[in-house]
Design a protein around this ligand. Sequence first.
Ligand code: GTQ
Length: 347
Amino acid sequence: MSTLSSSDLLSRREEFYRELEPHAMAALWTRLRKLIPLQPTPTGVAHRWPYATTRPYLMESATLISAEEAERRVLLMENPGLPDTSRITNTMYAGLQLILPGEVAPAHRHTQSALRFIIEGSGAYTAVDGEKTYMEPGDFVITPAWTWHHHGHEGNAPMVWVDGLDIPIVSFFNGGFREEFDSDEAPVTRPTGDALARYGTGLLPVGYQPSTLNSPVFNYPYARTRDALFALARAGAPDPHGGYLMRYTNPVDGGWAMPTIATMIRLVPSGFTTLPYRSTDSTVFICVEGNGYIVIGDQRLEFAPHDIVVVPGWSRFTLHAIQDLVLFSYSDRVAQEKLGLFREQRF
Ligand code: GTQ
């Protein structure tokens, strides 16, 4: 190595780093610890959006703009630790969408995948790839990437749902783009309920060859999900770290329902507290029903119906149910698993 004195060596190093800059180079050893940290290093912070706070703004937005003019009348949730990114986690988008009776949110398609988790109202539908599905609170609905979709409302009260999209993942690959349909409504070519009948009853058409990475079931009705959760609760003990925790699956292969977004639902029974758990996927929780709270480190965030709570990856948390607590959640876990990145730890 050099014969420079140690102070000369240090100043020569600083100079050397500056000399590299105009050549679009840098010394790895100045960055290695940050580039490849010792522990998973989540970005973003834990945060709660109480529905009591979000709902009045969402309703006021309807006095300011129509669904048609907005294309989608949505207030998005932006993680306070990720300002100006339109992200709720490092890899996920979340918005609250409002549609009023008689409105249509016009047909378009995009390379991003979307999920809807229904919050309130009845009588609105989403038309996805030629089939309309009417949405009820607690339903989980999939809009696969690049399928035409529009939303309409035949009911008589405001309808609200959460949109979960993989926008940041697609942006990472510079893969995000859109197309607008010629008219407001894309053609509906199959009867309502067709997909559920073909693919969602434990049966599959013989010879069926999937043409998509998504589950062919695109509405998982809450009535069925809820029955399953409460049947489990009558039949045995909850998982100590998760409660009665179920994932939404693709009936074709038993994998996750969507290729980039993992979706789960759980019941934490009244009075139950889960043991500490953490995983590498930052997670968005939506409280479906019941009451309780989550403890993340020294932070405690309440769950009331329709509240949204985000938990950064690799933060240890426990769930506490005051009344039977049903939580829907979504994250990039499915993408992490495919890339060999997913880790979890039970304490
Ligand atoms: O309903 O198609 O929240 O395209 C963001 C982008 C909803 C939608 C969002 C979208 C949609």
